[in-house]
Design a protein around this ligand. Sequence first.
Ligand SMILES: O=c1[nH]c(=O)c2[nH]c(=O)[nH]c2[nH]1
Length: 309
Amino acid sequence: MAKELDGFHFEQNHGKARVRVARVWRADGGGGDQSMVEWSVDIILFSDCINAYVRDDNSDIVATDTMKNTVYVKAKECSQQLSAEEFAILLAKHFTAFYPQVTSAVVKIVEKPWERVNLNGQPHEHGFKLGNEKHTTEAVVKKSGGLQLTSGIAGLSVLKTTQSGFEGFVRDKYTALPETRERMLATEVTAIWRYTYDSISSVPQKPLYFNERYLDVKNVVLSTFFGPPKEGVYSASVQSTLFQIEKALLLRFPDISSVRLKMPNIHFLPVNISTKDNTIVKFNDDVYLPTDEPHGSIEATLSRFWARM
Ligand SMILES: O=c1[nH]c(=O)c2[nH]c(=O)[nH]c2[nH]1
């Protein structure tokens, strides 16, 4: 929240970060399928509480400890399983509706990737194991009911052993990289997409709608990155593959208005070892040195004309 203060411009907000909560939903009577989520919740409130900064008067402050408690109260009240997006909206709406001085609230959630275990092809009723990539979301809610909603995937590590190359780039006296049509391609995808829903009342009411969307988006990312199982699809650069993913997402999902992708180029370097007299290992698209750093950093946002991330 911004204000003129003693001839200066002042902006402030406060909140609670990394409130961890797990919620279990048990079928009636406790038998049968049980489901669970584990969330790390960040809350930021924009509220009129200037007096706390300038007059040692805390009477307008919603304590961050109260924000933390609210996460547990609201989790308790959710008797049906819901998506991280729905919980973020519900919490943010609560803070703006319940406190007169709160004008807007931001709630971010990172969901831990607990997945139901399959044993001998059978889904376990109450057994979960930790997967890899994470479902993230951020809801910004105004007192008026105005909404900005984004969701994301973090840490989706993917690699293909062929169907990737990099040619025709700038060559100058600093350039050593050979051109190639055969290399490994590895990245850790971070995707953030914005939904078109601009008010709380316009959000789809279908249960777990956003979980379904998350899985659909992940599917489009994977199928565009890899191509069909047998022949795959050639990637001329990380940039080209990144753009194809973003375009596929906007063409497929009308309720997504923009997509940001980060796709670091995680290099697998050809191994060649030789002495001045003989060759010990000669690279033949077979032995690579995996690396974490340095890595290429490639990032882009694609938006519909009327929407900006
Ligand atoms: O797909 C790539 N994009 C680049 O911008 C780049 N730069 C580089 O050295 N290798 C690659 N690969």
